[in-house]
Design a protein around this ligand. Sequence first.
Ligand code: PMP
Length: 387
Amino acid sequence: MVASEVRALFAVASRPEIVSLAGGMPNVGALPLDDIGEIVQRVVADQGTVALQYGSAQGDPVLREHICEVMRLEGIEADSDDVMVTVGSQQALDLVTRVFINPGDVVLAEAPTYVTAINTFAAFQADIRHVAIDEDGVIPEALEEALANLAAAGRRAKFFYTVPNFHNPAGVTLSAERRQRVLEVCQRYGLLVLEDNPYGLLRYEGEPLRALRADAPDNVIYLGSFSKTLSPGFRIGWALAPPAVRDKLVLAAESAMLSHSTFNQMVVRQYLASHPWREQIKDFNEMYRERRDSMLSSLESLMPAGCSWTVPQGGFFVWVTLPEGLDAKAMLPRAVTERVAYVPGTGFYATDEGHRCMRLSFCYPTSDQIREGVRRLVSAIENEIAL
Ligand code: PMP
């Protein structure tokens, strides 16, 4: 196990003079904090003896019903028995890896992919093989080629890990047409899909797309989270899995932590039952849309020739590619001197790739800070080109 580059950056990026386009922290300051305070009080007053007691490793049944209601927004019809609550979707990633991976087993993952997923797979000594993506998400032909190559070598992958909506770090979304092709390829090879979807409801334009899980309930383990649509502080996510897999995940969770925080689950359950949470997500989306637009218009007007970037329809991230010959990781200390931080692309690969790339996030800084951050970044890039 090694510390992620994102973690190492936090100390630098949180210095007050720095505009951080690095972290992916949601703007929880926009939440109705008074209302949440009242919910917390009500949970203690009305259900304190339950909320302060041990619970189960599968999670609160009423919360799991609400989770099914949330997933219905992306076309998923699920039985709450097949849902398990997890400590953020991160715990679900850990449990799925724990259950499926022996040292040396192959995991397929997009290139680039979510840094902490790489670290989790690596902690269990998985052999991570990347599959190329473009602006429409993973390329089905590349996935098929990877599977055919493995089969030719007498090997199989245990699962394909994908972030289909507003990808972290690439910002791209898997198109509707490709979703069907990806499922078709995976079904043909008997490959399980691990669909990680913490950002799906944070859409700023375009129509919602059906989750992969909606069309292939037996082949997909779906991971969701309240970290971005409510708050990461509750640490509540979930996994929806075929029953045989769910049973193993619950056993693994029991040995990892015995039971969830009953208290946190009851607060989130009460929030979902009594608060207009769909309206809250709309408010978040308006705020994040404005920030995304500030970032994209600043990039458009300021970035030097030879730079390119993705245009996300939702989520938190833009993926920038620098001109040939530049190295985003080597440049970072000089960007910090310009008082701006980002995450270098190399952290998002299990292989030695991504040197020309960086992830910029627009979720936490205000629009003014984003514009200033991009100005500073552009100055750092121009200095780099002049070197
Ligand atoms: N998956 C992806 C793609 C993420 O971006 C994140 C959060 N950065 C997570 C999983 C984990 O989120 P959480 O554990 O807070 O649900």
